[in-house]
Design a protein around this ligand. Structure first.
Ligand code: SAH
Length: 358
């Protein structure tokens, strides 16, 4: 067992079984041993790969998505550009490079990165310093600049802790993590029923809720409503809410047991886009999508951009570009083009953003 696993077992011995939310918060964010706090998990040698790490075109298109909105907002003199969970900073690096082609945009930018990991903050600093744009870091979304805002979150919401509830004898019970007789971490159910959930379901049904993500979504929508602008969320998840769990653990590009090595494996869940959209609308934001990533990237011109890069590429580079575009837009089941969804929310006076029809 990992050192963090031993720490979690001690906690359970002292306090009794803990919620999945607490377990995930420790496994991902414990200051000493948390998964994101101690490493750079991305790329072929890491545990998983994300869209901006697959192709520079991804970040470039998102940069131009922002640039187009800035122009149609009437070129505000100051624009807060925010990214949640920027990883290595690759998306923002590619976005800023693409934005340089739009006169006056870079000097208007104030870039804020919401990031809790010291290791990844350092990687972001190294990637973004050469851009010359002013960059600041925030631990949470509550302290974002009070300015018109464009906000990006790629694979951020899937990394937030969730709670699980299971229907047992017609009542919801929270799923907890405790210890079995061999001193191993196991899932169980809280004795007390959770009376605050009004949903009805068959016995055995599982309900997954990301209350932390919902709270962040609420704060972002309030921010946009107050200061103007728009947000773009890209992540794997479902268009319609339903029952069932989606918790998964990844190590070295393989699925592993989520309770086996806390702190050493990535834990994620699928994002409930329907709920995020409902929360944004409740704060008087207008919502576009969710649509599948393939439709979004193709509408933004991923193929045309690929063609123009290929013109100055050698055959091996051209092959890499073609396969990266295919990976990002593959519509087969469970591939990135269809599994990933894109949702945008905006102030009621903003135009429809690029990539969406309404
Ligand atoms: N957007 C990047 C990285 C995705 S991984 C990419 O597409 O490559 C998730 C990112 O969110 C990491 O940077 C991680 O450190 C950060 N993160 C996870 N939980 C967070 C939290 N509660 N607050 C801020 N950042 C968080």
């Amino acid at each position: 067992m990992t050192p963090l696993g031993e720490q979690i077992k001690n906690l359970i011995r002292l306090e009794g079984p803990i919620s999945l939310e607490r377990y995930m918060s420790l496994a991902l964010g414990d200051p000493r041993y948390g998964y994101y706090m101690t490493r750079d998990p991305f790329g072929a040698k890491g545990d998983f790969t994300t869209s901006p790490e697959i192709s520079q075109i991804f970040g470039e298109l998102i940069g131009l998505w922002c640039a187009d909105l800035w122009l149609r907002m009437g070129r505000p003199a100051e624009l807060s550009l925010v990214e949640l969970g920027p990883g290595r900073g690759t998306l923002m690096q590619d976005a800023l490079r693409a934005m340089k082609s739009i006169k006056g945009l870079i000097p208007a930018l104030r870039v804020s990165l919401v990031e809790t990991s010291p290791v990844l903050r350092e990687a972001q600093r190294a990637a973004l310093e050469p851009s010359g744009a002013p960059i600041e870091w925030h631990n949470t979304v509550s302290s974002l600049p009070q300015l018109p805002t464009l906000l990006i979150a790629n694979e951020f919401f899937d990394a937030l802790p969730v709670r699980h509830y299971q229907m047992h004898q017609s009542q919801w019970h929270e799923r907890l993590i405790g210890l079995n007789e061999h001193d191993e971490l196991i899932f169980g159910l809280a004795r007390e029923a959770e009376k605050s959930i009004p949903l009805k379901a068959a016995d055995g049904s599982l309900l997954e809720r990301c209350l932390i993500g919902e709270q962040i979504m609420r704060e972002l929508a309030v921010h946009i409503n107050q200061w103007g602008g728009a947000g773009l969320i890209l992540d794997y998840g479902h268009i319609h809410a339903g029952f069932g769990e989606t918790l998964q653990a990844m190590r070295g590009h393989h699925y592993v047991d989520p309770l086996a090595e806390p702190g050493d494996v990535d834990l994620t869940t699928h994002v409930d886009f329907e709920r995020l959209a409902t929360i944004a609308r409740a704060q008087e934001n207008v919502v576009s999508g969710p649509i599948i990533q393939a439709d979004f990237l193709e509408a933004l011109g991923i193929r045309e951009r690929g063609q123009s890069l290929i013109k100055s590429a050698n055959p091996a580079q051209a092959e890499t570009i073609i396969s990266a575009i295919h990976r990002l837009t593959d519509r087969s089941p469970k591939q990135m083009g269809s599994l990933f969804k894109v949702l945008s929310f905006r102030h009621s006076e903003m135009p429809i953003p690029a990539g969406f029809n309404n």
